[in-house]
Design a protein around this ligand. Structure first.
Ligand code: PMP
Length: 443
């Protein structure tokens, strides 16, 4: 549903006023009227002290204990008291803090090999390579896979790391409408020379780049259709599962698991450890040939130091828990809890009359507030009342589609969810965010 037109008009008027005020300040500055100065200018007597006082007040104000609804701690593994803590501590004691060398030097320890193998096993592919940073996994590995003369078909809402990787590759990039399979097919049709066999195509390779869950929209990629199209038009698929791996699917194995598909149908499986695994870093999984190629060609593998052993251990421990290899049902409980929390939270918001974007199983829950000013009020109010939420506003999203993003976790209790729902309900009335009210269902 699109927001009512008056919200857009209000938004544009407030922006216009802001711009006018900005110009007025400049104008006054030129005339030398008023003390409209940059607060960081050190030569204004007393201003620095004032600024520093304000800054420390701001820090005091901002750094407070809150219930966290703004981090991608989907399965709750980032807690220091979590089930991985003991093994992580042991690895620091045994292997130290850092490696200080790349995988091609002396930076590849047995624990890294263990992780590479575990990731491949987790994904159900032949091999995997791990990278110390999720962002770099995309931006440094895409250029090792496609080059000038190749075509990339990229979803218009793809993450900045994917966009950077695509641009660095030198391949021609075309975007298709978000999750729109008709548009993707149209672009694929345009890309191939009619009825020519694969070898006579204009492009060396066609790579379709998509994400599992889109974190601004909460939408889930239409993977079965993407696979159908890639097979029909003999293209390759690069799937970024940063937000879906661990977070969805009956076994926590992402969108591939969610749709019950064969992982081997996806040519390049990418993901990060920064969300469901409570760590840092990323991976690429696929065929042995692909991974061997990346080991030799990817900048992230050759020129970047490997992951700290404690981080590697955190991923190994959390993955083993998800896979049930710790002989407990902790992993599956977390997966089910996240699913329950997600469905409950989304349905309650919808019943209250809010506009909520995305799939019912997506743990990122974007709630539209229409006006950018309202997201600021909303998040400030929540912060003051012990709840941390993140917001997305222009230019990250269209001006009138500013939104609050609740990121759900298996660690959220029902009491926590109810607390934030109650506050959202109240703020929804104050800020006129609701469209209609429905009766709550039983849970
Ligand atoms: N891909 C996607 C889809 C992301 O949302 C992000 C960041 N949240 C990344 C890659 C980069 O991952 P990282 O934060 O682990 O560097």
């Amino acid at each position: 549903e699109d927001p009512p037109i008056w919200t857009s008009i209000l938004t544009y008027i407030s922006f216009l006023i802001l711009i006018l005020v900005g110009h007025m300040r400049e104008f006054l500055k030129k005339l030398g009227i008023g003390r409209v100065k940059n607060i960081s200018e050190p030569n204004i007597p007393g201003f620095v002290t004032l600024y520093q006082t304000w800054e420390s007040f701001y820090h005091w104000y901002i750094f407070r204990r809150v219930i966290n609804f703004g981090s991608y701690n989907y399965l709750g593994f980032s807690q220091n008291t979590g089930p991985c803590a003991e093994a992580v501590e042991k690895s620091v004691n045994e292997l130290g803090n850092a490696i200080c060398a790349s995988r091609q030097e002396l930076g590849y320890l047995q624990i890294h090999k263990e992780l590479d193998d575990l990731v491949a096993d987790y994904l159900g592919v032949e091999a995997a390579i791990t990278v110390p940073m999720g962002f770099a996994t995309n931006s440094m590995n895409l250029p090792a896979l496609v080059e000038k003369g190749c075509l990339i078909l990229s979803d218009e809402l793809n993450h900045a790391s994917l966009i950077l990787g695509c641009r660095l590759s030198g391949a021609q990039i075309k975007t298709f409408k978000h999750n729109c399979m008709e548009d993707l097919e149209e672009k694929l049709k345009e890309a191939i020379i009619d009825k020519q066999p694969r070898t006579h195509r204009k492009w060396k390779k066609i790579l379709i780049v998509v994400e599992g869950i889109y974190s601004m929209e909460g939408s889930i990629v239409k993977l079965p259709d993407v696979i159908r199209l890639k097979k029909k038009y003999k293209a390759y698929v690069y799937l970024d599962e940063a937000h879906s791996i661990g977070a969805i699917g009956p076994h926590g194995k992402g969108v591939v698991d969610y749709f019950g598909m064969d992982p081997k149908d996806i040519d390049i499986m990418m993901g990060t450890f920064t969300k469901s695994f409570g760590a840092v870093g990323g991976y690429i999984g696929g065929s042995k040939r692909l991974i061997n190629h990346l080991r030799l060609r990817s900048h992230s593998a050759i020129y970047s130091s490997t992951m700290a052993p404690s981080i590697v251990q955190q991923v190994i421990s959390s993955m083993n828990i998800i896979l049930g290899r710790d002989n407990s049902r902790d992993g599956i409980k977390r997966i089910n809890q996240l699913k329950w929390n997600t469905r409950y939270f989304r349905r309650r918001l919808q019943e209250m009359g809010f506009i909520v974007y995305g799939n019912k199983d997506s743990p990122v829950v974007p709630m539209v507030t229409f006006s950018p000013a309202k997201v600021v009020y909303f998040s400030r109010y929540c912060l003051e009342h012990g709840i941390g939420v993140t917001v997305a506003a222009f230019p990250a999203v269209p001006l009138e589609k500013s939104r609050i993003r609740f990121c759900l976790s298996a660690s959220h209790t029902k009491e926590m969810l109810d607390k934030v729902l109650e506050m959202t309900d109240k703020l929804g009335d104050t800020l006129s965010l609701k469209l209609s009210r429905k009766e709550p269902a039983e849970y």
